[in-house]
Write a protein that binds this ligand. Sequence first.
Ligand SMILES: Cc1cc2nc3c(=O)[nH]c(=O)nc-3n(C[C@H](O)[C@H](O)[C@H](O)COP(=O)(O)OP(=O)(O)OC[C@H]3O[C@@H](n4cnc5c(N)ncnc54)[C@H](O)[C@@H]3O)c2cc1C
Length: 341
Amino acid sequence: MHIATQVRLDTYNTFGVLCQADRLVRVSQINELDGLRHANIFAAPHLILGGGSNVLFRSRFEGTVILNRLEGKQVVGSLGSNHIIVQFGAGERWHECVKWCIDQGFGGIENLALIPGTAGAAPLQNIGAYGVEIKDVFHSLDAYEKSTGQIHVFERESCAFGYRESVFKGSLRNRFLITAVRLMLTSGQHQLRLDYGDIQRVLAQENVAHPTIAHVAKAVESIRREKLPDPAYLGNAGSFFKNPIVAKGLADKLLQTNPTMPVYESGHDGGLRKLAAGWLIEQCGWKGKRVGQVGVHDRQALVIVNYGGATGEEIWALAQQVQASVRQRFGILLEPEVNIL
Ligand SMILES: Cc1cc2nc3c(=O)[nH]c(=O)nc-3n(C[C@H](O)[C@H](O)[C@H](O)COP(=O)(O)OP(=O)(O)OC[C@H]3O[C@@H](n4cnc5c(N)ncnc54)[C@H](O)[C@@H]3O)c2cc1C
């Protein structure tokens, strides 16, 4: 196992923030985790990093970055005649997993195409897009307990999934390194979700009358390419803030003064409503605004971008200004979706 020292992190975070870590180690075998444990790496400051697409380094990372590169994609079981269980090594790139499933004819994650990052980080924030969250197809995961070296299996119920939330961001924060993720997918008779966003419009444009999972993934990819900046060209971490969940009473009150404000049901709780953070930010005049090398994207106000050379502190400063104006105008505190380090 090679531990590099004084490592630049700009290529390891999609914001492209230039900063350094004291040490960096790449893990591609589970038994290497025991080596790290015995070297007391987990007892000192450290960070598990997948694709770095949901982190903002505000400054130098004084500790060890552990790059998760555990690989593997395989079918590990079946349930009845129409469901299979697939397992991905946590370091596999999520979009490659989606493509692999589509090639194999496995349905359920086609709406989650083109989300950057690794399979292991996906359950951590219960990734979601176009009407589907990973929890909808989640079977179980394996996680390495850093203090004991034991592998624990977490079934869906024990993950406490919520909107961009799981137990690994809550009560079990920083205790485990997710090593493998299993999903239960359909091997036929796929239940397509077409009712969200522009999927149907794109399918109609392409003259697709009987969509397959591959058509849906392709439609989602083209919508995402239209709307979201590609981190390969413009540094960003996707949605910087979560969509706020508020009491129905507050949503109704805001609607009186902002009749065009989008309001959505929030899960099964009739007393709560989800608001669109991007809309709130846009109303405060931030869409397309640039401050130095940092800006709010001109097509999606929820995305903060690095035009090149911005520091983590500069990005965070702009995010805080956005947060302050939304709070002042609407009385709502936007919570970052990105992990601020
Ligand atoms: C252009 C763009 C679009 C995006 N669109 C979406 C979207 O549509 N929906 C959505 O939900 N998200 C979206 N995201 C956010 C991001 O892609 C996801 O959150 C993704 O799951 C992060 O994966 P990662 O491997 O890059 O995680 P990282 O950024 O590397 O890590 C994120 C957090 O997870 C922890 N972590 C990572 N791997 C592990 C592990 N194996 N075990 C334990 N902890 C771990 C890290 O310590 C860190 O706290 C988008 C990001 C970008 C840049």
